[in-house]
Design a protein around this ligand. Structure first.
Ligand SMILES: Nc1ncnc2c1ncn2[C@@H]1O[C@H](COP(=O)(O)OP(=O)(O)OP(=O)(O)O)[C@@H](O)[C@H]1O
Ligand SMILES: O=P(O)(O)OC[C@H]1O[C@H](OP(=O)(O)OP(=O)(O)O)[C@H](O)[C@@H]1O
Length: 215
């Protein structure tokens, strides 16, 4: 008998794009939840349960096995470093992680970088052999160089509109970001038939080869 597949879906900007993919793949998807505050949506007739999560928490739910699979940005995967299988690049919510600063930025003796991604930023500057102080912020990161909290920021760029509107420039792009389908390691074995079927259907609409790596 088919087992219920628990899917952690990120609320916010990925949701509608992921929902569109699911619909195109003929997979069930709950409505976007604007009319309701319900966080666990069961679709027993489809053998699925959806957990509507804060994006940054999706890898945690999947690692702990309270969700079998989840959808999450590569940025969050690299920052959180959770023990999950990365199954598929969904190709949605495409943007890039970049180093950003004011046009007249000069390397000083004490450099400070603000970011929502302290692990990603620390790793990058360590690999570059640059000593910087990393300050964690939770949003509106572009404020930091404008008001003198930091010299530079590490943040996402999609259209570049936020940078332009604030007189900032993109100095270096560190990596490309898209949303990924991830799976719990045990679920991947125990619910392999269900997960494989879902992957095959998604793959048919995104036309990407399947990947299978730990993280
Ligand atoms: N400007 C952007 N363009 C495209 N994709 C983006 C952009 N900003 C973020 N993303 C992707 O969407 C994911 C979720 O972003 P979203 O803003 O919904 O979450 P969040 O910042 O964690 O939200 P919140 O903290 O408000 O709940 C990010 O992890 C990233 O992969
Ligand atoms: O290049 P753009 O198209 O302008 O997109 C980039 C912006 O989008 C994200 O912010 P978000 O909207 O998630 O707000 P936040 O700063 O509060 O996290 C990101 O942190 C940038 O600020």
């Amino acid at each position: 008998m088919a087992q219920i597949l628990k899917v952690a879906m990120p609320k916010g900007r990925i949701y509608n794009k992921a929902a569109e993919l699911f619909r195109m793949a003929g997979l069930p998807i709950p409505p976007d939840g604007e009319a309701s505050r319900k966080l666990v949506i069961e679709l027993p007739e489809a053998g699925m349960e959806f957990i509507l999560a804060k994006p940054v928490d999706v890898p945690t739910y999947v690692e702990y096995g309270v969700a079998d699979i989840g959808i999450v940005g590569k940025d969050v995967l690299l920052e959180e470093n959770r023990d999950v299988y990365e199954l598929l690049d969904l190709g949605i919510a495409r943007c890039r992680m970049s180093i950003i600063g004011l046009p007249d930025w000069q390397p000083g003796i004490q450099q400070r970088v603000a970011t929502k991604y302290p692990n990603v930023a620390s790793r990058y500057f360590r690999e570059q052999g640059q000593q910087v102080e990393v300050v964690k912020l939770n949003g509106s990161i572009e404020l930091a160089p404008l008001i003198g909290l930091a010299d530079r920021i590490v943040d996402m760029v999609e259209t570049g509109q936020t940078l332009r509107d604030n007189g900032l420039i993109e100095m270096t792009s560190i990596f490309e970001i898209t949303s990924r389908l991830v799976a719990n390691r045990v679920s991947y074995r125990m619910k392999n038939v269900e997960i494989q079927l879902l992957c095959d259907r998604l793959q048919a609409v995104i036309g990407q080869p399947q990947v299978h790596t730990g993280s």
